[in-house]
Design a protein around this ligand. Structure first.
Ligand code: ATP
Length: 309
């Protein structure tokens, strides 16, 4: 049996360029791995089978579309294993369709867990290539820490960071579809007269002030530099997120932003005590389903000695 713990991510910068002729957007995506995470346990099995537990387990597909199952099959195919056998159990803590890359995290965890279970010893570079085939957020879940993602987000460069930052995540009822949020971003750009194509919107770049705040371990400077070009689109599709963002700010957050494509909202706190206070205030506020205080950055997917009780 092999258990892998894998972090969720928050995008501390999500710069979205114009829509390319292939339909994708160029991103300047600064990923930040947080301790809120899933665990994937691989045991020998017949074929590739899945189970899932956790508050959002009902929303997780247990068929071949699950990224953990796709990862197991992709790794087996890469090594020419004719009949891969594994049972994958996902202990899910990352909100589903929440903008925290939970499915991608499980894909990365399954790659690592199956690699260990099947004794394949696949080099990290190869695992990162397989991860990029699964989805643009999957390589970061293997790497963890803080990284700049370019292209669709899959070309990664690890970034220097000092100390620990304290975060609160407010979980909404129900998810948002990432493609729908990108479409809404394009629609809002068209509507505002900016235009939405690569001719209209310059290719985004990492914000030097954000990178300096991360390297200095300075939460106040990081709070001032946080940005998410998808936030307006997520709030447009789910107007109640404005109330959630406001409730966290009222409770003392240094900054509030939508996590990735949402609807999870992220709040940066000055320290662990402030994070606990903001999480309690959000839980009492009636503007979210629940709220978790956590921290980061943390490492990417890694084998642990035993699953969480
Ligand atoms: P991202 O931030 O990468 O856009 P997300 O966090 O918004 O993603 P996910 O939790 O990854 O969203 O789920 C998006 C969809 O992916 C789900 O609605 C579900 O149908 C599908 N999915 C596939 N595998 C998984 C998985 N292991 N866990 C959760 N959802 C999965």
């Amino acid at each position: 049996m092999v258990t892998v713990r894998v972090p969720a991510k928050v995008n501390v910068q999500l710069g979205v360029g114009g829509v390319r002729p292939d339909g994708y957007h160029d991103l300047a995506n600064v990923f930040f791995a947080v301790a809120l995470g899933d665990e994937v346990t691989a045991t020998p099995g017949d074929g590739v089978t899945l189970t899932c537990t956790g508050p959002d387990a009902d929303a997780v597909p247990l068929d071949d579309t699950n990224l953990a199952a796709r990862a197991a099959r992709l790794l087996a195919a890469h090594h020419g294993l004719p009949a891969p056998g594994v049972h994958l159990h996902i202990a899910k803590a990352i909100p589903v369709a929440g903008g925290m890359a939970g499915g991608s995290a499980d894909g990365a965890a399954a790659l690592l867990a199956c690699d260990a279970l099947w004794g394949l010893d696949t080099p990290l570079d190869t695992l990162l290539e397989l991860a990029a085939e699964l989805g643009s957020d999957v390589p970061f879940a293997l790497l963890g820490g803080v990284a700049l993602g370019r292209g669709r987000g899959e070309i990664l460069e690890a970034l220097p960071v000092s100390g620990t930052f304290h975060w609160v995540f407010a979980v909404a009822d129900g998810g948002l579809s990432t493609p729908a949020v990108f479409r809404e971003c394009d629609r809002l750009r068209e509507e505002s007269g900016t235009g939405a194509t690569i001719e209209d919107v310059p290719t985004p770049d990492a914000d030097p002030e954000l990178l300096a705040a991360l390297a200095d371990g300075d939460p106040v400077a990081l709070a001032a530099a946080l940005s998410n070009d998808l936030q307006a689109a997520a709030v447009s599709l789910r107007p109640s997120l404005a109330d959630t963002l406001h409730a966290g700010t009222e409770a003392g957050a240094l900054a509030a932003l939508v996590s990735g494509s949402g609807p999870t909202c992220a709040f940066l706190a000055k320290d662990a005590d402030a994070a606990a206070h903001i999480a309690a205030a959000l839980r009492a506020s009636d503007t979210c389903r629940t709220a978790h205080a956590t921290h980061g950055p943390v490492p990417g997917a890694q084998v642990v000695s035993a699953p969480r009780p």
